[in-house]
Design a protein around this ligand. Structure first.
Ligand SMILES: Nc1ncnc2c1ncn2[C@@H]1O[C@H](COP(=O)(O)OP(=O)(O)O)[C@@H](O)[C@H]1O
Ligand SMILES: [Mg+2]
Length: 482
């Protein structure tokens, strides 16, 4: 079959093995016998009528058989070539259509087959495109997709699923991949009653994760055996935010209820048993005022927090004189320090640059840190407040791209904070020693406010504490550059 143009773009070049297709002798003989059988019949008739001898008949028949074989050979060989061609197409091989000799209908058949192969190629390409597109679509979905069969073995997954549960999931039992009984039960139910389900579940290993899973059943299993599809969303963060909100509301209500109950109790006493007790009235009113102050401070802090949260995504950029703010706050705290016979030692580096910040919020930061130092520092001790420019940031502080920052540190001499409390210290309502800090009048929100403000300023905060010696809070703020 020389002379056929080479198809370089095709994966398998057309084979040129056509020439080797020959008609087996057996086939030729059998076909010739069948086709020449009428001749044999006629020759038999002649022998019966006495017009031919048996020997003559045998000779004549052999001649007829050979002639038949010669006549049908091209037909058979064309047929063999076509059969081979069709077989190769069916096996998806690329072959050259056979070149057929003189027999019109066979040529037509060959032409038809050629066209069939061409349209087959086009359809195949279309199918491949569709499959690839679907695969890409499934893979790029952010949701986790796991498809299982009725034995709850994984058949297919998408990239999001593999990113979380590992590669090579296909063929594994789902319960090995996601060991959660609740999920398995839900899938069994869906497989049984064909009704889709939506469940939330949690896995604890290697870390705690919450998922929302939607389980849907295919009306009929696919060729690959997929019967059920599980779509999952990681809702860990959502859950923890939900939990935090719930805790926050519970905490805030509790903190407000305590002073309120106390005020109510005293009012009842003053209206009842202590009605005419002038001395008691004086004392109770003082306590009530204290409790009302506490409620007021708490509400003020709650409002500050919510305002900071609302502005969390807008970074202050205006130039602010932190030294001025610190001096003012130190002045404000003079009296409470003197009450505990404490000294406030302020050290401000000369020519300190301005920072990028919102002055009211930064005043709040300084206020909270200094009042903590006074509250939790020993009587007769010193509180050192320093303000300087630095290029050295503590490691692991996320303030990249900043060459220089202004550092404010507030250091006290006091009980200090045991290490285990440090990670949670800036959480809302977190207190190291609840009884004691309530007694000294804290809301438990001061450091949460500080942290919120510093985060909004894209600054950083660190705590160093030695139990029995004291604590130092350091705040780092971006320097103002114009
Ligand atoms: N300078 C400090 N020395 C020791 N402990 C401190 C200091 N500052 C804060 N703490 C601890 O951190 C907790 C949280 O502080 P904060 O948020 O300001 O709340 P509080 O209203 O109780 O002062 C305090 O209850 C206290 O236990
Ligand atoms: Mg405080």
């Amino acid at each position: 079959m020389g002379g056929c143009p080479a198809h370089h773009e095709l994966p398998n070049p057309p084979s040129t093995s056509m020439a080797r297709i020959t008609v087996p002798f057996n086939t030729l003989l059998k076909s010739a016998l069948v086709v020449s059988s009428p001749a044999l019949l006629i020759l038999g008739l002649y022998v019966g009528l006495g017009k031919l001898t048996s020997t003559e008949m045998i000779y004549a028949y052999v001649v007829a058989l050979v002639a038949t074989a010669l006549v049908i050979y091209p037909f058979l060989s064309n047929l063999a070539a076509l059969t081979h061609y069709v077989k190769e197409i069916a096996l998806d091989k690329r072959v050259q259509a056979p070149e057929l000799s003189f027999i019109g209908s066979a040529m037509e058949l060959s032409e038809a087959l050629k066209r069939l192969q061409a349209s087959w190629d086009v359809k195949k390409k279309q199918m491949e495109t569709i499959i690839t597109e679907r695969e890409i679509l499934v893979d790029t979905l952010p949701d986790i997709l796991i498809m299982v069969n009725d034995e709850k073995r994984v058949v297919r997954t998408n990239r999001a699923a593999r990113a979380i549960f590992g590669q090579n999931l296909a063929g594994q039992e789902l319960k090995e991949v996601i060991p959660n009984l609740y999920l398995m039960d839900a899938i069994s139910s869906v497989i049984q009653d064909l009704k889709g389900r939506e469940i939330e579940f949690r896995i604890e290993d290697p870390v705690v994760r919450d998922f929302l899973a939607i389980i849907e059943r295919f009306p009929v299993p696919t060729a690959g055996g997929i019967s059920t599809v599980i779509t999952m969303n990681d809702i860990t963060e959502l859950k923890s935010v939900e939990q935090m909100r719930a805790d926050f509301v519970a905490n805030a209500s509790h903190e407000l209820r305590t002073p309120l109950a106390s005020i109510k109790g005293f009012v009842e006493t003053l209206l009842g048993p202590a009605k005419d007790d002038v001395a008691a009235r004086e004392e109770f009113l003082k306590i009530m005022l204290d409790q009302a102050d506490r409620m007021q401070q708490l509400i003020g802090d709650l409002l500050s927090l919510s305002k900071i949260e609302m502005n969390a995504h807008s970074v202050p950029t205006e130039p602010t004189d932190l030294a001025k703010i610190v001096r003012k706050e130190v002045e404000h705290h003079k009296r409470s320090a003197t009450d505990k016979n404490m000294r406030l030692l302020l050290q401000v580096q000369e020519n300190l640059p301005l920072v990028k910040g919102e002055s009211n919020e930064l005043a709040q930061v300084v206020h909270n840190l200094v009042s903590n130092a006074i509250k939790y520092g020993y009587a007769d001790s010193d509180v050192s407040i320093t303000l300087r420019l630095t290029t050295e940031l503590p490691q692991d502080l996320n303030m990249r791209n900043l060459s220089r920052v202004v550092a404010l540190s507030v250091k006290d001499q006091g009980d200090g904070i045991p290490k285990q409390h440090l990670p949670r210290l800036m959480e809302r309502f977190y207190r190291v020693d609840s009884a004691r800090t309530r007694q000294v009048g804290g809301t438990g929100l001061g450091l949460a406010i500080v942290k919120g403000i510093i985060t909004r300023h894209r600054g950083a905060i660190t705590v160093d504490s030695v139990v029995g010696e004291g604590t130092q809070f350091s705040v780092f703020l971006p320097m103002y550059e114009n």
